[in-house]
Every structure is written in structure tokens, then in C-alpha cells.
Ligand binder design. Structure first.
Ligand SMILES: *Cc1c(COP(=O)(O)O)cnc(C)c1O
Length: 375
């Protein structure tokens, strides 16, 4: 069977360094807020290209903490509006509503599945305080129009970089484009740890200080509470694991890109809609080479469910990202009446094919052959 994502094989490919790193933490006997976390934070901020990186418990917390910090700073208030794509994983929206801010959902561009930059300005009101820019499926979502709007209306640009770690936009990594960014190290992400983990990156000194305190009960100094914070920390074992895996991230992302290119060049079934090729595959330009890090390889088909059953029946595991749009979720009854036809079409038609650094050429060819010849 061709697995959608073989996490065991991925992590085995880092041995023996991975086990050595875990053993090192066990030998040190120090589990939280130690030297592994500190070193990872330094290495990660260097990689992303920001002044600060703060390890937190997961990607959702990273986004929640960012907005909570802006509220503590007096830059956002209950009921203020945050622009967010309608086509995203629910966590992008949970982070907003959890802080009693109002998510304002925008339709995606059907060519990129990311937020449609030309549909943002019409939704801006005097309560709009920020844009949550999600780099969905691993593809940079930044666009000159978003830069213009952010400056014109003095908005905070918050990146949700959970799916796009390593992606590049105009010589900068995603996660270093906006004012601040949330990252996830969930095992299945491009940079995954062995459990939950996340980070916030920013160049803003004050914001970084407040987020670090908020993630540690609201204290800068032990037992002195400045804010009503939470407990959201990256632990030493996960930090040690991430230090090993970060070193190979660009290489792993380039392998993902090769697979994506093979899919794009060889899937010829006329009913399959492939990701729209822009300059993702121009090897000469480093900027373009990683403008998409292919966290997911998403195709569309009018008979998506049938295609999925056919592939499952032939030993190829696929997933749907995502089956129910956020505005149709029970948890967001208040959004259920929104009309978002493009978002809904995407949710009805998308299918994610297997892609990962450990997938073999033979497996990739098998998937292509099945899609072209059998369905
Ligand atoms: C995974 C993900 C998150 C949340 O990250 P966790 O570490 O699972 O909490 C947020 N946004 C997007 C787009 C994601 O894919």
C-alpha cells in the first residue's frame, strides 16, 4: 500500500541522530525551558530570518498567543475584525474567535486556493485590525496587493505558516514577511516533531516579550504575574528533535517539489485539475524553487469521492483537505449562512495525493499510472 504520509519512515530516516538527541535530553535530566529549546529558538529564527522565535506548545497556540498579545498591547479589542481566508484549516479561525475577535472570511482564488487578494479591500471596516494570511498547502499567499492594503489601513499582518515552513517569497521565508507568524510542528507538517509543538516568529521586540510571558502563565519573572497567561511551551525533547530535523528541511522540501513536478508533468487525465503551474519549477531561481513547499499536493475532480475510492481500492491512500468548510461547521453556526461558492466548490472537489520526502519514484509513478489509466 502507498501511504498518504509514512511518518515512521520519515522519522526513521533521521536515525541514529534522532534517538541520540532524545537520549541527550534524558541524560541531561532537564525537560522544559532548557538549552535545547533555547538553541532551537536561535536556529529557527536564523532559518526563518526573524529576530525572535518563541517555542510554544502547538500551532493553534502560536496564533492564539499572537492575538492575545496584541490585545494586551491595546492594539486590538474584543469585537475587532480579522480578515482570514474562508478556505483554511479551522485552527486559523479558532485563534481569532478564541480571543473574542471576529473572523471575516474571504473567498479564495481558485487558481491558488489561497485568499484572493482582490477580494480583501471590500471587506475592510473601521474595526478591521489585521489579516491572518494562511500559506495553504505550502504555497506562499503573500501578494503585492496584500502589502498595499496592510499599509493603507495600518493592519497587522499575521502569517499562519503552519503548512509552509521553508517557503520563500521574494527572497524572504514565509514567517518573516508579515509582522508576526505562527508555525506548527505537528508530526505531519513539513517540519514535524514527535508530538505537538509550535513557534511564533517576529522582529517586534515588545510583541516577542509579551508572547513569551503569555505562554508562561503571564510571567516574565517566576511567580510574578503580569498578565493572565496560559501554559504553552515547547519541551526539551521536541526542541532536540526539531534541531535534528531542521537541518534537512530544505533538502526534504526540494524532494517534495520533485514529486510535485512529476505529478504535474505526467498526470494527463483530462478530468483532473492540477495545481496551476506558475514558476514553481524554475530551477534557476532559488526564490521560485521554494515558493511552494508542497505540504500537500492537491488536485480537483468533479467525482472526487469516486476517484478516492478507486485509489483506495488500488492501494493508494489519499486524504481530503478539507471536507467541510469552516463556515459550514456546527461550531460556527453564526457563519453558516455565508455564501462562499468558491470555498464550497474546493471542499467538494479537492483530493490530496501522497507526497513526502520518503516516497519513492516507483510509488509516485504508480499513483500517476492509476490516475491516468484506470479512472
Ligand atoms: C496544522 C495547522 C494549524 C494548527 O497547528 P497545530 O500544531 O496542529 O495546533 C494551524 N493552521 C493551519 C493552516 C494548519 O495546517
Amino acid at each position: 500500500m502507498i501511504k498518504f504520509l509514512d511518518l515512521k519512515a520519515i522519522n526513521d530516516s533521521f536515525e541514529p541522530e534522532l534517538s541520540d538527541a532524545v537520549k541527550c535530553v534524558l541524560d541531561a535530566g532537564w525537560y522544559l525551558q532548557g538549552k535545547e529549546t533555547k538553541s532551537f529558538e536561535m536556529e529557527y529564527s536564523q532559518y526563518i530570518g526573524t529576530k525572535h522565535s518563541i517555542g510554544v506548545a502547538n500551532g493553534l497556540d502560536a496564533l492564539r498567543l499572537i492575538l492575545k498579545a496584541y490585545i494586551e498591547m491595546g492594539l486590538m479589542n474584543e469585537g475587532d475584525e480579522i480578515i482570514v481566508p474562508g478556505n483554511t484549516f479551522i485552527a486559523s479561525i479558532l485563534a481569532i474567535s478564541d480571543n473574542r475577535l471576529k473572523p471575516v472570511l474571504i473567498e479564495p482564488d481558485l487558481n491558488t486556493y489561497n485568499i484572493d487578494p482582490i477580494k480583501i479591500e471590500e471587506q475592510i471596516t473601521d474595526r478591521t485590525k489585521g489579516i491572518m494570511l494562511v500559506h495553504l498547502y505550502g504555497q506562499n499567499a503573500m501578494h503585492p496587493e496584500i502589502q498595499r492594503i496592510t499599509e493603507k489601513y495600518n493592519l497587522k499582518l499575521i502569517e499562519d505558516n503552519a503548512q509552509a515552513i521553508g517557503a520563500i517569497y521574494r527572497e524572504r521565508r514565509t514567517g518573516a514577511i508579515g509582522h508576526v507568524s505562527g508555525h506548527s510542528f505537528y508530526p505531519g507538517k513539513n517540519l514535524g516533531c514527535l508530538g505537538d509543538g509550535g513557534a511564533v516568529t517576529t522582529n517586534d521586540d515588545e510583541l516577542a516579550t509579551i508572547i513569551r510571558a503569555l505562554a508562561n502563565y503571564g510571567s516574565k519573572v517566576k511567580y510574578v504575574s503580569e498578565f493572565q497567561g496560559l501554559n504553552s511551551r515547547l519541551d526539551e525533547i521536541q526542541a532536540a528533535v526539531l534541531r535534528v530535523k531542521l537541518k534537512r528541511l530544505d533538502t526534504d522540501n526540494i524532494r517534495r517539489r520533485q514529486i510535485a513536478q512529476y505529478y504535474c508533468d505526467n498526470i494527463s487525465n483530462p478530468d483532473v485539475i492540477l495545481p496551476v503551474k506558475k514558476n514553481y519549477f524554475q530551477l534557476s531561481n532559488f526564490d521560485n524553487q521554494l515558493s511552494h513547499v508542497w505540504h500537500l499536493f492537491v488536485i480537483r475532480h468533479k467525482l472526487r469521492d469516486k476517484l478516492q475510492s478507486y485509489l483506495t481500492g488500488n492501494g493508494v491512500q489519499t486524504l481530503i483537505h478539507y471536507p467541510i468548510p469552516p463556515h459550514k461547521q456546527i461550531a460556527y453556526r453564526n457563519l453558516n449562512s455565508l455564501k462562499m461558492p468558491i470555498t464550497e466548490q474546493i471542499h467538494n472537489e479537492v483530493l490530496s495525493l501522497p507526497i513526502s520526502p520518503v516516497m519513492t519514484d516507483a510509488e509516485v509513478m504508480k499513483v500517476v499510472e492509476l490516475i491516468n489509466n484506470g479512472f
